[in-house]
Design a protein around this ligand. Structure first.
Ligand code: AN0
Ligand code: CP
Length: 317
């Protein structure tokens, strides 16, 4: 595997999940792969889990790791070609990317949707330029439209906890005070659709996701109806995708918060969220603290998903 930006890059899901189990059993079995290889992690946005889990995964593989927070200590980067650079940005992405490529063997990039242009976001303008101009294998650490390392970790977690062959999985929107990208929700839908499990997406009107990611999943604006019989409840906020409200918060309807009453409608479902989560907006304290909450196992599996991806990239160098 050279680049990793979406579910297709991982190929056969069953093989990827089997490899995840193998890696989890013995994380240090492949330390030879990363010897004298350097991972460069570039963050345009904040992170706790992605930063720590990906660095840990790289160290498990014997790699050296450099982390750069572009907005803290590096030059501010212009991203538009043709701009007369007389403003506050002293460097252009078109020089910065190949320079970054000089110092490493593999690049991880976190660059969220900017909500300035839906077209730029959905064309993955920043991530694509890293692939084009760095000369290195590039993997997404959450880009504008997807968060594949998260979705892979979520799927590993579902595999570890599912009790039936074809679980019912509900992706539900939940309220949040700030505009968040659709990336985690898009990506989760994309990966679950690839498994063939039953996926129901529940969101208020105005929050329908890009049909490309929804695929064959059922979409409903009635959360209670969606939750009935669910085996897994995956909560996430996202801002509006549809025009003319792209990137906007349309409401903060707390009747969509995942509470114990809501979970009582399910088939004793597990609760999932990628974190970071705002308690009592997205989910009530009791639900996230319950034994059926998988938020910590999901975070732990981020190390595994990152390690499988890095391992495959290293194997192809
Ligand atoms: C980000 C998001 O919703 O995309 C990152 C989640 C992993 N969340 C926040 O910015 C709070
Ligand atoms: N879930 C996740 O990607 O968390 P961070 O934003 O903290 O990396």
């Amino acid at each position: 595997m050279r680049h990793f930006t979406n579910v297709n890059d991982i190929g056969d899901l069953r093989a990827a999940l089997a490899e995840a189990i193998e890696v989890k059993k013995d994380r240090f079995a492949f330390t030879h792969l990363g010897k004298n290889k350097t991972l460069l992690m570039i963050f345009f946005n904040s992170s706790l889990r992605t930063r720590l889990s990906t660095q840990k995964a790289a160290m498990n593989l014997g790699m050296n790791v450099i982390v750069l927070d572009v907005n803290q200590g590096a030059w501010k980067l212009e991203t538009e070609r043709g701009v007369i650079m007389d403003g506050d940005k002293p460097e252009h992405l078109l020089e910065a990317i190949p320079v970054m490529g000089c110092y490493c063997d593999v690049i991880g990039v976190r660059s969220f949707a900017r909500f300035e242009s839906k077209k730029d976001d959905y064309e993955e303008k920043i991530l694509t330029q890293f692939i084009q101009y760095s000369g290195r294998p590039v993997f997404s650490m959450e880009a504008a439209t997807r968060h594949p390392l998260q979705s892979f970790a979520d799927l590993i977690t579902i595999e570890e906890f599912r009790k039936t062959d074809r679980p019912k999985i509900v992706l539900t929107w939940a309220p949040h005070p700030k505009s968040l990208p659709q990336a985690v929700a898009n990506s989760f839908a994309e990966w679950i659709n690839a498994t063939g499990y039953e996926l129901v997406i529940a969101n208020p009107e105005g929050y329908d996701l890009d049909p490309k990611f929804v695929g064959g999943a059922k979409v409903t604006h009635n959360q209670d109806e969606a939750l009935r019989g669910a085996d897994f409840v995956y909560a996430k906020n996202w801002s509006a995708y549809e025009d003319p409200n792209y990137g906007k918060v349309l409401n903060m309807d707390r009747s969509w918060t995942v509470t114990a009453e809501k979970m009582a409608l399910t088939n004793n479902a597990y609760f999932m969220h990628c974190l970071p989560v705002r308690r009592n907006m997205i989910v009530s304290d009791d639900v996230i603290e319950a034994p059926t909450s998988l938020v910590i196992p999901e975070a732990a599996n981020r190390e595994i998903s990152a390690q499988v991806v890095l391992k495959r990239i290293l194997e192809s160098l």
